[in-house]
Design a protein around this ligand. Structure first.
Ligand SMILES: [Zn+2]
Length: 346
């Protein structure tokens, strides 16, 4: 099941580079250009999400941090597959990327010995103080590097990371960043990144060896534009979206209530269902990171702190009564009444 591209996304972009003077070092100009491409890719996705939104709220927006990991992995053999053999491509990614990725994650504070390097960094991004009350719902990693890997740009949805080989040389000897056949050009790097981020949230390729019977998204929906004629983000990295991709990204309102289904916060449990005014109780669930209010029905609104997208700490307002319903409001709507969200004064 794919994760819908809804809500705040924390993006950690890591420049994985060699020391000064090496061919894997980035110039300031290259770094700035890549940073701009990340911002433009995010703007593109946010704009698309608004266009497909049944309500007027943003469906996705982004927090960013940029890190540089300067490493010396020694010789990594360049890939042999510079065309489109997908199986060979994957095996060349699997044998090359870890050689620089593990060192890079270590360089930014996540040693390989402790395991799950990317997941631990994503946990840090989810809990980071972004200088706003909100907390992101998702965290993803973008690697930008000149070290060898198996393809010019690809995504790993299971690990929520995507990689851009900044110096990719294609079979015709044409660089990824040059224009013309096999080249996208620096000016189109944002579109490539938007496409790859799309993969991390359920987007399916609609070109090459795509299969129209593959499905994705909450419904789930077939890959209807695979080999089709509709211009789309997942087809030619186009800055437009076809209906199939909108469904794959989870931008749907199946129950017709005017809100994107995947956006509504869900509460699974509370730390306590009873207490006094002034007590602090924790509410656990998903989609709580953008909460705007917590209301005890018939009593009033409560002060609260967003600890994580999965947790609010709520100060019980002064009041009385038993089996009082609570609800949480976010930009995407209001939580449904549930036994998990009830409180009794003692
Ligand atoms: Zn793709």
């Amino acid at each position: 099941m794919s994760v819908p591209l809804i809500g705040l996304v924390a993006v950690g972009t890591i420049f994985v580079e060699g020391g000064p003077g090496t061919t894997e070092a980035f110039t300031e100009a290259e770094r700035s250009a890549a940073q701009l491409a990340v911002f433009l890719a995010e703007q593109q996705l946010a704009r698309m999400s608004v266009r497909f939104s049944p309500n007027t709220f943003l469906q996705c927006s982004f927090f960013n941090e940029f890190r540089s990991a300067v490493i010396n992995p020694g010789f990594i053999s360049p890939p042999t597959n510079t065309t489109t053999n997908p199986l060979l491509r994957q095996s060349e990614i699997d044998t090359r990327e870890p050689q620089w990725r593990e060192l890079a994650m270590e360089a930014i504070g996540f040693p390989a010995a402790a395991g799950a390097q990317r997941e631990r960094y994503q946990d840090e991004l989810l809990l980071k103080d972004w200088r706003v009350p909100q907390k992101p719902r998702h965290a993803i990693i973008i690697f930008v590097t000149k070290f060898p890997t198996g393809w010019m740009a690809y995504a790993d949805p299971a690990e929520r990371s995507t990689t851009v080989q900044f110096d990719w040389i294609g079979s015709a000897g044409v660089k990824f960043l040059s224009t013309g056949t096999f080249g996208y050009g620096l000016a189109n790097l944002d579109r490539v990144l938007a496409h790859e981020i799309g993969h991390l949230f359920g987007g399916l390729d609609e070109y090459g060896p795509c299969r129209s019977f593959d499905t994705s998204g909450p419904r789930p929906t077939t890959n209807a534009n695979c080999g089709g004629f509709e211009d789309c983000l997942m087809k030619h990295n186009s800055p437009v979206l076809c209906p199939a991709t909108a469904e794959h990204l989870g931008w749907v309102d199946l129950d017709g209530d005017g809100a994107v289904d995947g956006g509504i916060a869900v509460v699974t449990h509370m730390s306590s269902h009873s207490g006094r005014g002034g007590d602090t109780v924790s509410i656990f669930g998903e989609g709580l990171g953008e909460s705007r209010s917590v209301v005890f029905v018939g009593v009033g609104a409560a002060a609260f702190t967003i600890v994580a997208d999965t947790r609010l700490d709520v100060v019980v307002p002064d009041g009385s009564g038993t089996d009082i319903d609570l609800f949480v409001t976010t930009p995407f709507g209001v939580t449904a009444p549930a036994v998990a969200l009830r409180f009794s004064y003692i």
